[in-house]
Design a protein around this ligand. Structure first.
Ligand SMILES: [Zn+2]
Length: 320
């Protein structure tokens, strides 16, 4: 029987006869892999998750108070490596009334070589960086602002107005932040702080600083979600009765920060971050909101279920 593989390669069939290929092979180009974008609608608004790729680190960083044996067991039960946790970078393009707003800029190469895919995923949906009108970041960690700068130091989104939370700008950009709370080596902290300043340098003139709670463009409300950083916001995209909640870095990976209550090590004020997490997860569960987790497995969409022990993450079905 002719298999798909033999049909495209035109090689030897099981009966020993040679299949003479008469049409060009329909094999995909070498660089074509899986989709890094995912489109759906929120009411009248067209939205697209655009992956910027991956980052990651030791699981302990993202589950700072987990008992070691339990952490290892949870990772093993999820068929995940026990020495490294991979995180996604799920930015969201919001298209409404002819305006294109990008929520989170993504990491670029600031936190490893697997970031920076947003531009090829934009191209895959027929857009260029100059087609973006507005960029809003939830906070100014490098994995959320890294793509604001081109390799030669220019503006990566040349026409876009860029919005960042004022308290983060004051803490990370206008000052030299004390990052001793982060459970990472000193040189990592130094590079992290430098990557923020370097990434936002091209947009410093003209930066729009916002207070969480403001509606930045019609259909996009920001919500205070403080604690992870001094100014972190969450985003609510709304149209008619439809809503989508973007939880930024309230949690890194659902298996350690939603299904288990472990605290992310990079949270600067862990008590405030916990209060924000519970307040927003409770709202998401009560209102059955569709949620996008910035770092969750692509495309990062699901719902929060309230359980006796806390919460559970329930991914939604893929839409074609
Ligand atoms: Zn992040």
């Amino acid at each position: 029987m002719l298999t798909a593989a033999s049909a495209t390669t035109g090689l030897i069939l099981s009966a020993g006869m040679t299949f003479a290929q008469t049409t060009p092979a329909a094999s995909p180009p070498a660089q074509a892999k899986n989709a890094g974008y995912y489109r759906f609608r929120v009411g009248d608004i067209s939205v697209t998750v655009l992956s910027d790729g991956l980052i990651g680190g030791p699981p302990r960083v993202y589950a700072s108070d987990a008992p070691e044996a339990e952490l290892q067991e949870v990772l093993r039960h999820a068929f995940l490596p026990t020495d490294r946790m991979t995180l996604n970078l799920n930015t969201l393009l919001v298209e409404t009334n002819g305006r294109r707003t990008l929520l989170e800029a993504g990491a670029g190469q600031t936190m490893g070589p697997q970031g920076g895919r947003i531009f090829q995923n934009l191209a895959a949906i027929g857009l260029r960086p100059e087609d973006i009108d507005v960029v809003v970041v939830s906070h100014t960690h490098p994995d959320h602002v890294g793509n604001l700068r081109t390799a030669d130091g220019g503006k990566a989104f040349p026409r876009a107005a860029v919005f960042a939370p004022r308290a983060d700008w004051d803490f990370f950009v206008r000052n030299d932040p004390d990052l001793s709370y982060m459970p990472v080596p000193e040189d990592f902290r130094r590079n992290f702080a430098a990557a923020i300043k370097r990434s936002v340098e091209p947009v410093t003139t003209g930066i729009e600083l916002y207070e969480a709670g403001a509606e930045i463009v019609p259909g996009l409300t920001t919500l205070p979600a403080l604690g992870h950083t001094p100014g972190m916001a969450n985003f609510l995209v709304h149209s008619g009765n439809d809503q989508l909640l973007l939880t930024a870095d309230l949690a890194y990976h659902p298996i350690v920060n939603v299904d288990r209550p472990w605290l992310p090590g990079p949270d600067r004020d862990k008590d405030t971050a916990l209060t924000s997490r519970q307040r927003i997860f409770d709202m998401a569960a009560a209102d059955r909101l569709l949620v996008l987790g910035f770092h969750y497995p692509f495309p990062g969409l699901g719902r929060m279920l309230k359980t006796d022990a806390g919460y559970a993450w329930v991914p939604v079905n893929w839409q074609f």
